[in-house]
Design a binder for this molecule. Structure first.
Ligand SMILES: Cc1cc2nc3c(=O)[nH]c(=O)nc-3n(C[C@H](O)[C@H](O)[C@H](O)COP(=O)(O)O)c2cc1C
Length: 273
């Protein structure tokens, strides 16, 4: 429930004009919120100049007043930050502190979602990472063998992945501590789940930026996601019904690599209309 404190409301109507679902009206000179139809996006809380709007849906203690110094990032710095981030595949033998894990998840939690559904969840894997890894290697090996056993012109392009997965599995079996080409001995993985891929994807991107801001490193493991497909054992370990809900796997740790400059990219393909 969202409500307006009538004693504070100055009838400026800013909340009324900004409400995307038009559930706020002016009644007897005060803003009144009709909660049916409200998507609980919090715009009314954020825009009120006299802090008259509150809710018991969320923790109001988390609402921060605007502060120019701490709420802004220069455009050039932001672009450099995006350009300089790299997929990290070499990690120090060091655990990631829980407060940092929670900050990464907060970066996901405060990311926008369609219809403000906030339908993104997180699975933090550290203690069971070795168990998960073993299942993922096994799954990729099986998928690789299945591809090679039934090669067709349509699956020909998958042959190099199939060989890679079988090779990775064999190397991992020889020495798991040295030959981990799936998680690169990182201490942590955060899996982002959502029934809505765009929401999980957007949250993942902000989480990745936060990982970098914290001095940590990460890469998205597409191979791990592939390993989970139709794999009952992995889904059971993760407590998931459906692998389609798994949007991303961020493999995280302290980087044991440092980059000196940004990496080059193709020109953008832009259509100006
Ligand atoms: C959706 C997605 C899946 C990825 N899967 C893997 C993976 O399974 N293994 C890996 O080593 N890197 C993976 N990467 C990292 C890409 O290879 C990497 O982003 C790309 O080469 C560009 O390098 P950069 O991230 O350092 O800019 C993935 C990246 C994305 C966006």
């Amino acid at each position: 429930m969202f409500k307006v404190d009538k004693n504070k409301c100055i009838a400026c109507t800013q909340c009324i004009k900004d409400c995307p679902v038009h559930v706020i009206g002016l009644e007897e000179g005060k803003a009144v919120i009709h909660n049916e139809g409200c998507t609980e996006c919090g715009h009314c809380v954020a825009i009120c100049p006299v802090d008259a709007v509150s809710t018991d849906t969320y923790n109001m203690d988390e609402v921060l007043p605007y502060n120019k110094d701490t709420f802004t990032v220069g455009a050039d710095n932001l672009l450099n930050f995006i350009k300089f981030r790299r997929s990290v595949r070499k990690f120090k033998d060091k655990e990631v502190e829980q407060d940092k894990v929670l900050k990464i998840i907060d970066a996901g939690r405060f990311t926008q979602t369609s219809r403000n559904s906030q339908d993104v969840s997180y699975i933090v894997v550290s203690e069971k990472l070795n168990e998960l890894k073993a299942l993922a290697y096994e799954s990729l090996k099986q998928k690789g063998e299945a591809i090679l056993a039934n090669l067709t012109p349509e699956t020909e392009h998958l042959k190099r992945y199939a060989n890679l997965w079988i090779h990775s599995y064999n190397e991992y079996q020889k020495d798991p501590s040295k030959n981990d080409s799936l998680f690169f001995n990182a201490p942590l993985a955060i899996l982002v789940t959502s029934p809505t891929p765009i929401n999980g994807g957007l949250a993942s991107t902000n989480m990745e930026l936060m990982v970098n801001a914290l001095g940590l490193g990460t890469f998205y493991s597409g191979f791990f996601l592939h390993a989970t497909q139709d794999n009952e054992a992995i889904l059971e370990l993760l407590g998931l019904q459906d692998s389609k809900r798994l949007i991303s796997c961020l493999v995280i740790g302290y980087p044991d690599v440092s980059y000196k400059r940004t990496a080059p990219r193709k020109n953008a393909q832009i259509t100006w209309l």
